[in-house]
Design a binder for this molecule. Structure first.
Ligand SMILES: Nc1ncnc2c1ncn2[C@@H]1O[C@H](COP(=O)(O)OP(=O)(O)OP(=O)(O)O)[C@@H](O)[C@H]1O
Ligand SMILES: [Mg+2]
Length: 630
């Protein structure tokens, strides 16, 4: 994945988001995100200026209306048409600036959101497997989603609310110019509005977090149940799954009801308190008009201002909450972006060119996070072009050996060497381009058969893709599919059989033409009777490459010239199948277990258990199997 992403889209608009500088303690997140905000500075400025113009006009309109009432309606000093024209112009201005600022601010916020997503996705595809071992991927992704959204919301609404706070000050100034005491009386209830709005948000903030966390829980349960539907049904576990979903839904409902409760209590308070202020305004302002201290127009302007002013007050609480949330979200985003991948090109890493395919493990010690050694001083030598079968009990570390070659993990001690280079001295791109991996779970992407085969080389010419499919023995069944190569395979390739998926995975690897090939248990999901059908494809795949084939089944082991037995993190034995069978009792034991996974109720083993004890020369394998074992 990372290989694709590292190649920059030539001329692409988002080809290269500016990198975020390293953390400085105590620095505000907005400052750290500056490099990705700066490209939109112009857009943000346009938005900000239009928002200011919009707000200014909205503050002006009540005072013009007030003047119109006084001069045109009461004193007939000027024709009403003049004011109507002026108000119409101002209204148009409010409209135009309103459109501009909303568009500009939202556009900038969405562009920044996009950049953040690109950065996060790149980081996700760069982070090492050891990182994913310690986090829950689903949670990580859904959290990253909501975090990006809350930063985007803050960027879009923050400036708007900021400007409306300024408009509050402007309106306040206009009101004070008309009558100071009336202003004070009118605004008496605003602190109450603010206090209740703040209180509401203070309660809402944690509850809304709980709500989104519980939504994520439900999403996880639903996702697992859709993905694992066959497991759920085969265990007839629907009832218990529904119960657990039901519980999660109840927890969400509880939190949502809490939120509705808080909103119901404080919402009307916040919205209607200003109306109490309106009554006070009418009472005291009315007296002032009667006493000729202010005009009717003034009283009208005041009324309009009160309505104008309450909005920023209500939103202030929202802004404070949004700012807190955005800050927490930004910290988490930055935390992910700051996570240094364990596995990356070291400075001065060289490209692996003209790979011969000599692979060597030198005293490799390795453990996953828990610290128990999976490999304890493993020495293994794969010579260019040979096929070696790696055999061992389940959990003995075979897949781990496989993962160390393309450097999915780094060794704890010792080294993995390819063509004389420590893999840590090679660029990841060139290393992985030369190592092909076919896994037992041949993961396909939802897309066409063609796209899946050309996954590693999306620009491969059609003939090569078809040739790869042919060589993998996939051509026949693809031709029989409803749309041939354009047939869409379901998520993870679910509409194909295990063997069909496997062949597409083999074609996919063939197309990339790697020098070193690792087949991890890749025939295990295939029925033993049908297995020989893909052996032809495997042989094509292995021809002329260094191949490490991890196998349980004798028939698969038969594809190799040499067998290596892994036990206790070390190589216990190394030789031909016949030698091992003769000299190493553990080997025969492991083969016996592999061939008879299901013992009968009385401990009886099915008939074919004797297979393992048969010398390779008498094995029922295809005629064209390399006879190295014999
Ligand atoms: N990502 C991981 N994090 C922590 N421990 C792991 C991880 N992957 C494997 N292990 C542990 O490492 C040991 C070796 O696992 P590995 O997958 O290499 O075995 P294997 O020989 O391939 O087994 P199998 O034949 O069942 O595929 C096991 O004990 C396993 O529990
Ligand atoms: Mg394995």
């Amino acid at each position: 994945m990372s290989l694709l992403l590292d190649e920059q889209v030539p001329g692409g608009r988002y080809a290269d988001p500016a990198p975020i500088p390293p953390p400085v303690p105590g620095q505000h997140w907005l400052r750290r995100m500056m490099p990705i905000i700066r490209p939109y500075a112009l857009l943000l400025t346009v938005g900000f200026v239009s928002a200011a113009a919009n707000m200014w006009l909205r503050v002006e309109i009540p005072s013009v209306s007030g003047r119109a009432i006084d001069r045109a309606l009461i004193h007939h000093q000027e024709p009403i048409g003049t004011y109507a024209r002026e108000l119409a112009l101002m209204g148009a201005g409010v409209l135009v600036f309103g459109i501009t600022f909303r568009y500009a601010l939202q556009r900038a916020a969405f562009e920044i959101e996009y950049t953040l997503r690109v950065l996060l996705f790149r980081q996700f595809s760069k982070l090492s497997f050891s990182f994913y071992d310690k986090v829950q991927t689903g949670q990580l992704v859904s959290r990253a989603n909501s975090d990006v959204r809350s930063v985007q919301m803050f960027l879009a609404f923050g400036p708007m609310i900021g400007v409306s706070l300024v408009s509050f000050l402007a309106a306040l100034f206009m009101m004070l110019r008309i009558h100071v005491l009336l202003t004070v009386v009118t605004l008496l209830c605003l602190p109450l509005v603010f206090a209740s709005a703040k209180k509401m948000h203070k309660w809402m903030f944690p509850v809304s977090w709980v709500v989104s966390a519980r939504q994520a829980d439900i999403a996880t349960i639903v996702e697992e149940n859709v993905g694992g539907a066959q497991v759920v049904r085969s265990f007839a576990a629907e009832a218990s799954q529904i119960t657990s979903l039901d519980r999660a839904a109840q927890r969400l409902q509880w939190a949502s009801v809490r939120m509705a409760d808080i909103r119901a209590r404080y919402g009307p308070l916040v919205q209607n308190l200003p109306r109490v202020g309106l009554a006070l305004l009418l009472l005291y302002g009315g007296h002032l008009v009667i006493d000729n201290q202010i005009t009717v127009g003034n009283l009208y302007s005041f009324t309009a201002y009160v309505m104008l002013i309450q909005l920023p007050f209500m939103m202030l609480g929202f802004l404070i909450m949004q700012a807190q949330r955005a800050s927490a979200s930004a910290q988490r985003i930055l935390e992910i972006l700051d996570e240094v991948p364990d596995i990356d090109d070291r400075p001065g890493a060289v490209d692996l060119v003209d790979c011969r395919g000599d692979v060597e493990f030198r005293g490799v010690r390795f453990s996953y996070r828990d610290g128990t050694d999976v490999l304890a001083g493993l020495d293994l030598d794969l010579r260019s072009g040979e096929t070696v079968a790696l055999v061992g009990r389940t959990g003995s570390g075979k897949s781990t050996v496989a993962r160390l070659i393309p450097r999915f993990y780094d060794v704890g001690d010792g080294s993995v060497v390819i063509d004389g280079h420590d893999v840590r001295d090679l660029t990841l791109h060139s290393l992985r381009a030369n190592v092909g991996l076919v896994l037992d779970d041949s993961f396909l992407f939802s897309g066409t058969v063609f796209e899946n085969i050309s996954f590693g080389r999306p620009d491969a010419p059609q003939e090569e893709v078809l040739a790869a499919a042919r060589a993998a023995g996939a051509e026949d069944f693809i031709d029989r599919l409803s749309d041939g190569y354009d047939t869409i395979v379901g998520e993870r390739g679910s509409t194909l059989s295990g063997g069909q998926r496997q062949r597409i995975a083999i074609a996919r690897t063939l197309l990339v033409n790697p020098r070193i090939l690792i087949l991890d248990d890749c025939t295990s999901s295939i029925d033993a009777h049908r297995e020989h059908e893909i052996h032809g494809a495997l042989k094509t795949l292995m021809a002329g490459r260094t191949t490490l084939i991890i196998a349980h089944r004798l028939s698969t082991i038969a594809l190799a010239q040499r067998v290596v037995l892994l036990d206790g993190g070390r190589i216990l034995a190394d030789g031909t199948h016949d030698q091992l069978l003769r000299d190493v009792p553990e080997y025969a034991e492991i083969l016996r277990q592999a061939e008879t996974p299901h013992h009968g109720p009385d401990g009886a083993v099915p008939d074919d258990h004797h297979l393992a004890a048969v010398p390779a020369s008498e094995l029922p394998v295809d005629d064209d199997v390399p006879k190295g074992i014999a």
